[in-house]
Design a protein around this ligand. Sequence first.
Ligand code: NAD
Length: 257
Amino acid sequence: MESGLKDKVAIVTGASRGIGRAIACRLSEDGMKLVIAARTRELLDEVARSCTSEVEPVYVDLREESAPQRLVERAIAKFGRLDLLVNNAGATKRGDFLSLTENDWQDGFALKFYCAVRSSRTAWPYLCTSNGSIINIIGVGGRTGSAEFAIGGTVNAALMNLTKVLADRGVRDGVRVNAINPGSIATDRLQTRIRNFAVDNQISQNEAADAMADKLGISRFGRPEEIAEIVAFLASTRATFVQGAIIDADGGQTKTL
Ligand code: NAD
């Protein structure tokens, strides 16, 4: 079945590496034109070059209040329409509650939560016109609290509720809003944690990865491409009755309903 995405236009935030990069490349395979955003010019340009469709990179700090407006304006100026917003950018500091500073909290919310709020608000009128959609990349830490993931967990919980809020509004306005909760995905950040675990426990990196996966109750870590595949499905005409869904892609890590 056709995806219906060819020549449609998407914004992907945090697309210079990891899950965002994989999403940009996957949507490009389906023929979507893209605005991709992150801070690092070299990485973002490299992603643009490896995509097969037209891609407009925007180098921007997404914590800034004006950044989402710039992305939407660029999409409209360059491509004349907007069909999909993927709120992916996020980086929240891990650590025990009492060790986290005011600035750590502000920073985590500024990037992952407020950027998604602002981007969704700015994109909304254009998505109404195109009967488009929003996909939030959130994280299973929003479902299950953990002492070491205070900021990420609370940001993610807030974004799950925002997904439901916008999905409800979207019924009226013809905009679909859904979310994916990745579990542990093998991006650079996870590789660093695996390396550190291996050094701390004096074992090989493979042994460290197995031990960490075992602790989470999963058989392996996920791949960025596996998240990208779900994004491509949710954005496509195959998923037009999917509204307000929050899909856990975590290898079975989340045991609760
Ligand atoms: P990553 O750190 O590999 O990539 C994050 C992207 O956001 C990069 O492109 C980075 O340049 C960009 N970014 C970071 N700060 C920015 C800023 N201030 N301004 C503009 N761009 C900025 O992250 P990832 O692992 O690919 O995660 C992507 C999303 O998925 C995040 O929201 C993350 O919380 C979520 N997630 C990831 C995992 C995982 O295991 N990797 C698990 C659950 C949720």
